[in-house]
Design a protein around this ligand. Sequence first.
Ligand SMILES: O=C(O)CNC(=O)c1n[nH]c2ccccc2c1=O
Ligand SMILES: [Fe+2]
Length: 208
Amino acid sequence: MEWLIDICQCVVRDLDKYGICVVDNFMGKERAESIHRSVVSMYHSGVFVEGETVGLKSNVRSDKITWVDGSENNCVHIAFLIAAVDTIIMNFMRFKKGAQLGSQLNIGGRTKAMISCYPGNGSHYVKHVDNPNQDGRCITTTYYVNKDWDAKETGGLLRIFPQTWSNKVVDIEPILDRMVFFWSDRRNPHEVQPSFRTRYAITIWYFD
Ligand SMILES: O=C(O)CNC(=O)c1n[nH]c2ccccc2c1=O
Ligand SMILES: [Fe+2]
């Protein structure tokens, strides 16, 4: 797991500086493809449910989700992903010195892993903040499981509007084996742009 410690230093540095960190080739091609196969077969097994729409506006989001802890059938590779993200987050404290984030950040737990599917035909999630009202979630970690994704063709960008750089946006393609970390609070409003191909992601939120 040495590679995870190197990644941890990048995550601490980038979260501290930008509030966002993108890591490619996070699990390696083989394991990424195994995770892709697991997620697709879970989706076709019918365990995903409609994401509840918040409020009455039914066009707020059109994702389908399921929650796993990694012990379920066909989830051994997802369990490895969860363990890898846990290792990074739990090692923040080792590298926090010198970084602002270390002082106030004390991770106390996390959600299960939420597997989301945007089923294409324009499915999207409007601009939102994951944790607008101090519900305890401080870091959003999202891992993408989409082979040969080309956003010019199929959209589906994650667009973040970092409040610390008011006139900039950060566009992130949901490509296979890409891991994104970002602050869950009002510093990072973001949206999932309309997707015209089935789009999978695995999100874990960490609590402070
Ligand atoms: O998939 C992405 O790139 C970003 N995804 C999100 O921002 C996002 N944020 N909050 C959620 C809450 C419940 C179900 C799905 C979601 C969701 O996809
Ligand atoms: Fe979100």
